[in-house]
Design a binder for this molecule. Sequence first.
Ligand code: SF4
Ligand code: SF4
Length: 173
Amino acid sequence: MSTNKSEAVPFWESKTLAQMTREEWESLCDGCAKCCLHKFIDDETTDEVTEFLPTDHMAEDEQMVYSSIACFLLNDKTCQCSQYQKRTSLVPDCVRLTQDNLDDVFFMPPSCTYRRLNEGRGMPSWHPLLHKGKKSAMHKAGMSVRGKVVKDDQVSLDDFEDYIVLWPLDDID
Ligand code: SF4
Ligand code: SF4
């Protein structure tokens, strides 16, 4: 009796991110919404406060600092964008990771499934694709933003330092 090995291997193990179909790529998003948090790059070599401007690179001596302040369009219970189709026009800073801008994956938190796969760390055990599409394992593992955020239309971003948190950097497996 012969078995078809390729059928048994999930696409995220048999293909690179670049080889995936659009549908496969989209399905990899775990829906954690950590990428909807406001974050800043901290340059440890200076105490100078520079303007909070968008950037497309990070130097070696810089690190990402996350806040618990989420985009106002985020549904913080479902961890879904309430305006997914219009998000990039409504929120110009909204980062949409695609196969064409994979170089931007370093902007994503360590637990982001795209970043994990890109860095060869594999699919996390809590991913919805391994739980019939349900997000409950992810929420239970503390890997989503549910129950941990305030919206950016409820606080002043000038108070960013009061909202700095470490949990977005957590990863397990
Ligand atoms: S951090 Fe990555 S996996 Fe999580 S919602 Fe954002 S793009 Fe999707
Ligand atoms: S527009 Fe939607 S996807 Fe983009 S950061 Fe805001 S909530 Fe997240």
